[in-house]
Design a protein around this ligand. Sequence first.
Ligand code: SF4
Ligand code: MG
Length: 341
Amino acid sequence: SEVLLRAQDVVKSFPVRSSGLRRTHDVVQAVAGVTLEVRRGETLGLVGETGCGKSTLARCLARLYDLTSGSVMFEDHDITTLSGREMRPLRQDIQMIFQDPYGSLNPRRRVGSIIGDPFVIHGIGSADERRRSVQELMERVGLNPEHYNRFPAEFSGGQRQRIGVARALALRPKLVICDEPVSALDVSIQAQIINLLIDLQDDFGLTYVFISHDLSVIRHVSDRIAVMHLGKIAELAPAEQLFNRTRHPYTRSLLSALPHADPDVADSRERIVLVGDLPTPTNPPSGCRFHTRCPKAREDCALIDPPLVPVLGDGSVHETACLHPLEVGEDLSLATPRVDD
Ligand code: SF4
Ligand code: MG
């Protein structure tokens, strides 16, 4: 089918240790009810500020975390409650690439054996065959296959991320979840790794969930974009539609901070500066979680938690979780908050 992965009402909570003498049992809902589909062959971008829960959601989708509630379907498999052993055959299909390539590579192991790990774990091939496969992978991701016996410290940051990519692709996965894959790299290296990932997507028939706090990176790689705010999806739309027909005030405020793609063009957009209480995930606001900062908030926003629903008139491809979505082209900087609290 067209849908490769489907997350339904995914919730992930963590207990938080309180500081001080008072013993409390606070819970932070890092992911607070996320429903989304990942379609075969697409790149679904997941964007949001630090702490919005996007990395936690990624780990829920890959079943590296147990869910607090909700479900994750991968193809025909309900993977929500599978044990580690039951997940093992599916581990071949779902791989992750992490932000910090150095932190995820054992410094005392040779790169060839790091990349070849998945073959050993899954009992694939003879030692000779594994070595050949690893060297082919190294070549494919732009590493010199002769450097098979080197250690991670002998590679640059960008090369280390290529090692991480090679390892993730070893088992020919269907879905690769990239969690801030270029955020730790120099800007000059970022484009190389992004372009590598785009090339590999075609060659290997991959589906990506691509997570970043960087909207310009997300715009460049994504077919569809989900905007996450305090554990929930605020808006989800095809990439250009999200930029050109923005409906959610939070998305608009994020976009307003983005520099214009062409620096020679005077930027007519007003930068929207949010005022109001900055909410915390341990104590999210009632109703719409954006209402304490939203320039369009009205009284009902503090009472009703808006579900993510299709935007009328845009078909079912564009969804937003807002009681009073922006009209296309509406100037949010002119809106004034209507809630006193
Ligand atoms: Fe703003 Fe209300 Fe929409 Fe939330 S529901 S984004 S507070 S207008
Ligand atoms: Mg993160």
